[in-house]
Design a protein around this ligand. Structure first.
Ligand SMILES: Nc1ncnc2c1ncn2[C@@H]1O[C@H](COP(=O)(O)OP(=O)(O)OP(=O)(O)O)[C@@H](O)[C@H]1O
Ligand SMILES: [Mg+2]
Length: 291
């Protein structure tokens, strides 16, 4: 059974002015995510990626209003009718801007906040806090103020705060945008661990083609309010014509393959650095290409 099932989902934000038109954003989205899968979403700016994420935890349309048709069903719950607070125990969400998600004086209070709101007993809360901080490698920062953390640490804390609710599904909306390379690596390290060791179902919007090629099981491409293709990342990243059509950049090694093919008439299709290295070493040694 799919953990997330989105069927012909249409959504328009309410008009900005009383006499205005609704702002149509999602035009019939279909998507299915399996248990334990890491699905990445890419697409140009403004296509509705964030809106789609918010439809999975119910904020769209429950908090935003507007018009919705079709279905977004997460773990059997229709997110249009299941209360947002109830969905929050099943679906964790991490936003792009870590500042907007952190508001407690200390790291441990931040992580305890959600479980406390569930009215759990203190021993259970303490256990969840320790576990979540350990998963993201932040135990040493328990007493710190979140405002004194680096960008990468803030996002790891936001992930821990979500994990403390023991969600079955974690949604991340460009969690590494705006982070420095160290922060990006830290956050992807945590996400990779959640996928590989815990088989958590993860949906992540990201523009980091290199890391999506490396970690994601499938990649969904959003274009003009629809998911226009879902495929294994290497298949998408080596389809030059499709990438140009939807205005997406492939990993740099995939672009290198295209340039080499043009120059040498080869048929390279790399998405990972080590694939490029291996193929070029082999072909240089074998004399198929010359340096
Ligand atoms: N609360 C809102 N009210 C009205 N329109 C909105 C609202 N939020 C977003 N939109 C509009 O919906 C469209 C899709 O926005 P959304 O943020 O979902 O796109 P996105 O793909 O996440 O973009 P980005 O790559 O910039 O993050 C945009 O045209 C945006 O202006
Ligand atoms: Mg967005």
């Amino acid at each position: 059974m799919a953990v997330i099932r989105i069927e012909d989902f249409f959504y328009a934000y309410p008009p900005l002015l009383p006499e205005g038109q609704p702002i149509e954003v999602l035009h019939g989205v279909n998507l299915s995510v399996e248990r334990g899968e890491f699905l990445a979403i890419m697409g140009p700016t403004g296509v509705g990626k964030t809106t789609l994420c918010l439809s999975m935890n119910g904020l769209v349309p429950q908090a935003t209003g507007g018009v919705a048709r079709g279905h977004v069903v997460v773990l059997g719950h229709d997110t249009r009718t299941t209360p947002v607070a109830e969905l929050a125990t099943r679906v964790g969400i991490v936003y792009q801007d870590p500042e907007s998600q952190l508001f407690c004086p200390t790291v441990e209070e931040e992580v305890a906040f959600g479980p406390e709101n569930l009215g759990l007993d203190p021993a259970e809360i303490a256990e969840r806090v320790s576990w979540a901080l350990q998963v993201v490698g932040m135990e040493a920062y328990r007493q710190r103020s979140p405002s004194h953390l680096s960008g990468g640490q803030k996002q790891r804390l936001a992930i821990a705060a979500s994990l403390a609710m023991l969600p079955k599904v974690l949604i991340l909306d460009e969690p590494t945008a705006g982070l420095d390379p160290v922060g990006q690596a830290e956050v992807f390290g945590v996400i990779e661990r959640l996928c590989r060791e815990r088989r958590m179902t993860i949906v992540m919007v990201s523009q980091d083609a290199e890391r999506i090629a490396r970690f994601a099981d499938r990649l969904a491409i959003m274009w003009q309010g629809r998911i226009v293709r879902v495929d294994a990342p290497p298949r998408i990243f080596t389809d030059q014509a499709f990438l140009e059509e939807v205005g997406l950049a492939a990993p740099q090694v995939s672009e290198l393959a295209v340039a080499l093919n043009r120059r040498w008439g080869t048929g390279y299709r790399f998405t990972l650095l080590e694939e490029a290295e291996e193929a070029l070493r082999r072909d240089l040694r074998g004399g198929q290409i010359s340096s």
